[in-house]
Ligand binder design. Structure first.
Ligand code: S3P
Length: 440
C-alpha cells in the first residue's frame, strides 16, 4: 500500500495548471475513434481512467498515437471498430463502461466489458435498461446488474427515454446508441447533467438538440447519423481537479493560488457557486465565455483563470438542481464545510452512494477521524464546521477523490495526516501530490 504523509501548512502560494478534463478527454477519444479522419487532442488527461478508454479502442483496431504534445486518434468511422480479442478492461472507469456500452450496442460483434472490484460493483442497470429497450442485447454476466457486461449485436431503434437520474453517463450512452438507431432518440433527465456529449458530438457533425423545460427537466435529442468527422480538440483544465486547489487556497491560512485554464461549463461549475455562497474570495481572470476563438477551440467549453485567496468561510445549504453540477466535488466541498463557521447541509445527493466508493460513508468516516462532527443522511450529510481538524489516518478506499480531498484537509489540520492507498490519485490526477507540494 502506498501512503502519503501530509503536514499542516500556512501560506500556499503559486500558480497551478490543472490537467485536462477527464470527462472531455474520454469523449474526445471515443468520438474520435468512431469519426472519419484524424482527431487531434491537446491537453489530454493522462490519467488511468482515460488511458483505459484509449486501450479499449486500440483493442478494437483504432490507431491512437501518443505524441509529446498531442494524442492522435485515427478514426475509422461509425462502423470501423473491429471485434476485440478478449475482454475490454475498463479499469476503475464508470465513464468508459457506460459510454462504451452505448457505442458497442450498435456494433456487429460481441464484446465484454469488465473492470476492477469497485467498477464491477457499480450499477449498470441504469444503462442496460434503456439500451436494451432500444434493441441492444446487453447482459450482466453475473446477473447482478453490474459489470462484467456482455454486449451482443442488436438492431437499434430510436426511443424517448425518461431517465430517473440526472446522469451524464446514462444520457451519453443512450445518445451514442442513438447514432446507430433507425429513428430519432431523446433523453429527458430530471435536471440537467453535464452536457459535454451534446456539445462535442455536435462539433463532430451529429445532429444534436438540447434544452431545459419549464419544470427544470432537461431534454437532449439526437438523429441517426451516417458519419462523424475528426476534429481538433483542446481539452480545458478539469474543474474537478482545480477544486482541490480552490479549496486549499481557501482553507489554508495566508494562501493565494492562481489556477490557470479551468473549464467553467455551467453544468460542471457548481463548486464555484458554492464557494461564493460560503463567502469565498475568488477572482476570475482571462474568462472565455463568449463565442470567441478560444471557446471554439475547446469544443464549445468556456474556461477561466481563477485566483483564490484564503479567508473565512461560512456554512451553506447545497441541494436541488445544483447537485449534478458539483457531484464529484462533494468530498472536497465537505472538507471546506468542516473548515467553515457554522453548519453545512448537503441534500438530494443520493448518487454519492454509487460513485467509486459510497462517498456519503467514506467522507463521513474520514471527517469523523479528523474530529469533525458530521451526520450522514440518506441523500447527503450535515457538517458542523468551525473546529480545527486534527491530523488522522485517512482511508481512501482507493477512491481518488477521497485521497485528494483529505490531503487538502490534512494541510488545514493540526498534526500529521496519513493518506492510505494514495496512489489511487493516478485515476484522474497523477501529478496531484507533486503539484500540491510545489505550492508550499
Ligand atoms: C461523468 C458523469 C458523472 C460523474 C463522473 C463523470 C461523465 O457521473 O460523476 O465522474 O463523464 O459523464 P454520472 O453520470 O453517474 O452522474
Amino acid at each position: 500500500m502506498s501512503v502519503k504523509t501530509i503536514y499542516p501548512k500556512k501560506g500556499l502560494k503559486g500558480e497551478v495548471r490543472v490537467p485536462g478534463d477527464k470527462s472531455i478527454s474520454h469523449r474526445s477519444v471515443m468520438f474520435g475513434s468512431i469519426a472519419s479522419g484524424t482527431t487531434e487532442i491537446t491537453n489530454f488527461l493522462q490519467g488511468a481512467d482515460c488511458l483505459s478508454t484509449i486501450r479499449c479502442f486500440q483493442k478494437m483496431g483504432i490507431e491512437i498515437e501518443q505524441k509529446p504534445d498531442a494524442v492522435l486518434v485515427r478514426g475509422r468511422g461509425l462502423y470501423g471498430l473491429s471485434a476485440p480479442e478478449g475482454t475490454l478492461d475498463v479499469g476503475n472507469s464508470g465513464t468508459t463502461t457506460r459510454l462504451l456500452s452505448g457505442i458497442l450496442s450498435g456494433q456487429d460483434f460481441t464484446s465484454v466489458l469488465s473492470g476492477d472490484a469497485s467498477l464491477n460493483s457499480r450499477p449498470m442497470g441504469r444503462v442496460m435498461s434503456p439500451l436494451n429497450s432500444m434493441g441492444a442485447r446487453i447482459e450482466s454476466v453475473r446477473n447482478d446488474g453490474c459489470a462484467p457486461l456482455r454486449i451482443e449485436p442488436g438492431v437499434l431503434h430510436g426511443i424517448d427515454y425518461r431517465s430517473p437520474v440526472a446522469s451524464a453517463q446514462v444520457k451519453s450512452a443512450v445518445l451514442l446508441a442513438g447514432l446507430y438507431a433507425d429513428g430519432n432518440t431523446s433523453v429527458t433527465e430530471p435536471v440537467l447533467s453535464r452536457n459535454h456529449t451534446e456539445l462535442m458530438l455536435g462539433g463532430f457533425g451529429a445532429e444534436v438538440s438540447s434544452g431545459v423545460l419549464k419544470d427544470g427537466s432537461a431534454v437532449a435529442g439526437i438523429r441517426p447519423c451516417k458519419q462523424l468527422y475528426g476534429q481538433k480538440i483542446r481539452v480545458p483544465g478539469d474543474i474537478s481537479s482545480a477544486a482541490y486547489f480552490i479549496a486549499a487556497g481557501l482553507v489554508v491560512p495566508g494562501s493565494e493560488i492562481l489556477i490557470r485554464n479551468v473549464g467553467t461549463n455551467p453544468t460542471r461549475a457548481g463548486i464555484l457557486k458554492v464557494c461564493e455562497a460560503m463567502g469565498a474570495d475568488l477572482t476570475y481572470l482571462d474568462r472565455n465565455t463568449a463565442d470567441c476563438q478560444a471557446k471554439q477551440e475547446t469544443g464549445g467549453e468556456p474556461t477561466a483563470d481563477i485566483l483564490v485567496r484564503s479567508g473565512s468561510l461560512h456554512g451553506t445549504v447545497i441541494e436541488g438542481s445544483i447537485i449534478p453540477t458539483l457531484i464529484d466535488e462533494i468530498p472536497i466541498i465537505a472538507v471546506m464545510a468542516a473548515c467553515a463557521e457554522g453548519t453545512t447541509v448537503i441534500r438530494d445527493a443520493a448518487e454519492l452512494k454509487v460513485k467509486e466508493t459510497n462517498r456519503i460513508d467514506t467522507v463521513t468516516e474520514n471527517l469523523k477521524a479528523m474530529g469533525c462532527s458530521v451526520t450522514p443522511t440518506e441523500d447527503g450529510m450535515v457538517i458542523e464546521g468551525g473546529k480545527t481538524l486534527a491530523g488522522a489516518r485517512i482511508r481512501s478506499y482507493l477512491d481518488h477523490r477521497i485521497a485528494m480531498a483529505f490531503a487538502v484537509a490534512g494541510m488545514a489540520a493540526e498534526g500529521e495526516t496519513v493518506i492510505e492507498d494514495s496512489q489511487c490519485v493516478d485515476v484522474s490526477y497523477p501529478d496531484f501530490f507533486a503539484t500540491l507540494e510545489s505550492l508550499s
